[in-house]
Design a protein around this ligand. Structure first.
Ligand SMILES: Cc1cc2nc3c(=O)[nH]c(=O)nc-3n(C[C@H](O)[C@H](O)[C@H](O)COP(=O)(O)OP(=O)(O)OC[C@H]3O[C@@H](n4cnc5c(N)ncnc54)[C@H](O)[C@@H]3O)c2cc1C
Length: 442
């Protein structure tokens, strides 16, 4: 069987590339060993946000009195929350399958192995291809913590499917995934501890806003241990260390969320031996690897590890193999944390600019400058921080407050297009919307 395009991996990178190539009239075969949709649809972006929405609804009902609404009895049903999550995932996976089929993509269920850059084997069959796209994604990184192999720790997968709440949860890793689960379990009444090796939560997100979010969750009862290293896990006891001092904290369950690493083994990549970057496959701005007609997109490139980046990279790769040279731009990739309140950022942070020695100005206002925000966030606070270069071009935007996830794209477009402050301000924003905060801030 011969195809113009063979794609290994049916996550956001793989299914986007397959759909785009199929739409363009190319013959496409897509290999997926687990479930179409990849990590994002099956065990990542979508299931986490589905659970978080149940938690947010529960929180909303518990605090309805703030809006003069009385809800006499509020409760939740965890097995039903999980069942709803599974229903949402099933629906979206079917949607992906439907789109691929509609565009003539051949979907092969099974583990694919590359034998050379023009041949892929799967289920005893050999598939020949002109172009090969590597979209195998990433997997949970399990650190070598003494004792971790002897306890039944959770990864995100277990946390997503668990139908019984632990009384307490020790989360190792205060990055985006760790904080989203911290938010979920905190809302449902679990005692949550977050241990983070760095001196802040949420990795590279804006420091000031990350600290505000941390303070908000500390008020709600989450215990944070920053600059702390986990030195061992024994049963339900987690040993942590800071500045040579060791102590133990208790977690009925331990959730590991210290990071993910690209899947580069187990499918014959060593036979191709492409150049590498960090622990992934190196690509240029058209997503070409060091081998002709072999592309890599998504988490396997070890660059961004976000679904929307994977989607953009896949579109760039397919454009390139169709002869349209459009380079991938990483200037305005939004980062969002779907806690409640949400936090989102795009472009440069103050910390990055300071490290690079670039001068900038900051325009920062409370979210309460937006009438709509005040109407919908009784007692809620938040911040909108915009960063401008010396010539008043928007180069960074960071927001704490709902719905930051929906609004950040406005700033992202402005940053990608190199808009100056006046230009962004000249657009008409609907009133009253929280998005007006950008005009207010500028
Ligand atoms: C808990 C969690 C929450 C997340 N939340 C978000 C979020 O809110 N927003 C966001 O942008 N990102 C989020 N992410 C990250 C996001 O899921 C990934 O960035 C995204 O899935 C990467 O897409 P991908 O196509 O590169 O790889 P993946 O989604 O990992 O897909 C790769 C696919 O390749 C298949 N595969 C691998 N090897 C083979 C083989 N040899 N043969 C056949 N098939 C193979 C795998 O089965 C898998 O389905 C989250 C991740 C996690 C774990």
């Amino acid at each position: 069987m011969k195809y113009q395009v063979a794609i290994i991996g049916g996550g956001p990178a793989g299914y986007t590339a397959a759909e785009a190539a199929g739409k363009a009239g190319l013959s496409v075969v897509l290999f997926e060993k687990q479930s179409l949709g990849g990590v994002c649809l099956n065990e990542g972006c979508i299931p986490t946000k589905t659970l978080l929405y149940s938690a947010k609804t529960y929180d909303g009902a518990r605090h309805a009195a703030k809006y003069a609404v009385s809800v006499p009895e509020v409760s939740f049903d965890l097995p039903k929350i999980i069942a709803r999550k599974q229903k949402v995932v099933r629906k979206l996976v079917l949607g992906v399958k439907g789109k691929l089929t509609a565009h003539g993509v051949t979907i092969v269920s099974g583990e694919a192995t590359v034998t050379d850059k023009n041949h892929v084997e799967c289920g005893g069959e050999t598939y020949e291809c002109d172009n090969l796209l590597l979209c195998t994604g990433s997997e949970t990184f399990v650190p070598a913590i003494p004792g971790i192999d002897k306890v039944s720790y959770w990864t995100h997968r277990d946390a997503l499917d668990n139908k019984e709440l632990p009384a307490s949860l020790a989360i190792i890793g205060g990055g985006v995934i760790g904080m989203e689960f911290a938010s979920f379990f905190n809302s449902l009444g679990v005692e949550v501890h977050v241990v983070e090796m760095l001196d802040k939560i949420l990795g590279p997100m804006d420091r000031e806003l990350s600290e505000m979010l941390q303070a908000e969750y500390a008020k709600r009862g989450i215990k944070f241990y920053l600059s702390h290293k986990v030195t061992g896990v024994h049963g339900t006891e987690v040993s942590v260390e800071k500045d040579g001092e060791t102590f133990t904290l208790h977690g009925d369950k331990v959730l590991l969320s210290v990071g993910r690493r690209p899947v580069t083994k187990g499918f014959g990549l060593e036979t191709l031996a492409p150049e590498t970057f960090r622990n992934g496959v190196k690509v240029n701005e058209y997503m070409q690897t060091s081998l002709p007609n072999v592309y890599a997109c998504g988490d396997i490139t070890a660059f961004s590890l976000l679904a929307h980046t994977a989607v953009s990279e896949a579109e760039v790769a397919v454009d390139h193999l169709l002869g349209k040279s459009r380079p991938m731009s990483y200037k305005a990739i939004p980062g969002v944390v779907y806690t409640n309140p949400e936090i989102a950022g795009v472009g440069k942070t103050e910390e990055e600019l300071q490290a690079e020695g670039i001068s900038y100005t900051v325009k920062k206002i409370p979210m309460a400058f937006s009438g709509r925000f005040v109407a919908e966030n009784e007692m809620g606070n938040g911040v909108c921080k915009l960063i401008l270069s010396e010539d008043e071009t928007l180069i960074g935007a960071h927001m704490l407050g709902n719905p930051a996830s929906e609004l950040i794209v406005i700033a992202g477009i402005a940053i990608e297009k190199g808009m100056k402050s006046d230009e962004l301000k000249s657009f008409v924003f609907p009133h009253p919307t929280v998005g007006e905060i950008f005009r207010e801030a500028l």
